[in-house]
Write a protein that binds this ligand. Structure first.
Ligand code: CO8
Length: 264
């Protein structure tokens, strides 16, 4: 493993794309390693992930333009599928993923951030889909996820103009949830990961599933999906103890305690 670092920090873990000499651009090697790292996450112990880029300048500056430049149509389609498969694995991982965008998030970099559940960024971050300036379309899900996240009108404007935007504009249009001074970004991301990891893991997973899968359904079916995932929580120790703890607190405030959820 050289292009992707994986560090477990208790109940959450940090994945770092580590190719700073190319601003963490995604070549086949990076995508293969990221795929392996995602497969290796121990979902019994790790309850949330943070994804970031190595170095101070870039999160991910896109797919590797050198590698793409000589591809045939068939090879380009296959490369697009390779990236899409990894990004979809990230998006559908049972546990939440926070993108800590610490610099350039261009092309495939913006697309991988959009495959995460939550995006926060440094005040130095820059987002964009520069592909039409390179003679291609976004190919790792950008046309789909950007339109879903910020609406088709704004997504079309950004993609057709290939204009990069700074962190304040990314915040204003809802592409990121929060902007922090660069020096504080990782601490803030890890603080959020720790909070998420402290909540009932089965409930958090079911929320992710309900939101992700429900968005592709009409409201009648989406509500049925939520009912099922809600009901499933009632087979968990975490639900029984979480609610019992609340009731104990009501009886006697001295009994206040933090529930250490068991993921069972
Ligand atoms: N691919 C390959 N190498 C890159 C990339 C990239 N996307 N971005 C930066 N690098 C390399 C540079 O070539 C340079 O390498 P070297 O030192 O060997 O010359 C090194 O990183 C540092 O980059 P710069 O010297 O350019 O740094 P600057 O600070 O001057 O500029 C920028 C930083 C503005 C980020 C600039 O590097 C840049 O514009 N990069 C390209 C950004 C871009 O266009 N990204 C989108 C790529 S297309 C894409 O992601 C499509 C995804 C879907 C693919 C589907 C395939 C079918």
């Amino acid at each position: 493993m050289g292009f992707v670092e994986y560090e477990v920090k208790g109940a959450y873990a940090v994945i770092t794309i580590n190719r700073p000499e190319a601003l963490n651009a995604l070549n086949s090697g990076v995508l293969d390693e990221l795929n392996s790292v995602l497969d290796s996450v121990d979902l019994n112990t790790v309850r949330c992930l943070v994804l970031t880029g190595a170095g101070e300048k870039s999160f991910v500056a896109g797919a590797d333009i050198g590698e793409m430049s000589t591809l045939t149509k068939a090879e380009a389609t296959a490369f697009g599928k390779k990236g899409n498969d990894v990004f979809r694995k990230l998006e559908t991982l049972p546990i939440p993923v926070i993108a800590a965008v610490n610099g350039f998030a261009l092309g495939g970099g913006c697309e991988i951030a959009m495959s995460c559940d939550i995006r926060i960024c440094s005040d130095t971050a820059m987002f964009g889909q520069p592909e039409t300036g390179l003679g291609i379309t976004p190919g790792f899900g950008g046309t789909q996820r950007l339109a879903r996240l910020i609406g088709p009108g704004m997504a079309k404007q950004l993609i057709y103009t290939a204009r990069n935007i700074k962190s304040d504009e990314a915040f204003r249009i809802g592409l990121v949830n929060a902007v922090y001074p660069a020096a504080d970004l990782m601490a803030e991301a890890e603080k959020m990961a720790s909070v998420i990891a402290g909540n009932a893991p089965i409930a958090v997973r079911n929320c992710k599933k309900a939101i992700n899968e429900g968005l592709d359904l009409d409201m009648d079916d989406a509500i049925v999906l939520e009912e099922k995932l809600f009901g499933d929580c009632f087979e968990s120790w975490d639900q029984k103890e979480g609610m019992a703890n609340f009731l104990r607190k009501k009886d006697d405030p001295a009994k206040v305690k933090h529930v250490t959820f068991k993921n069972e």
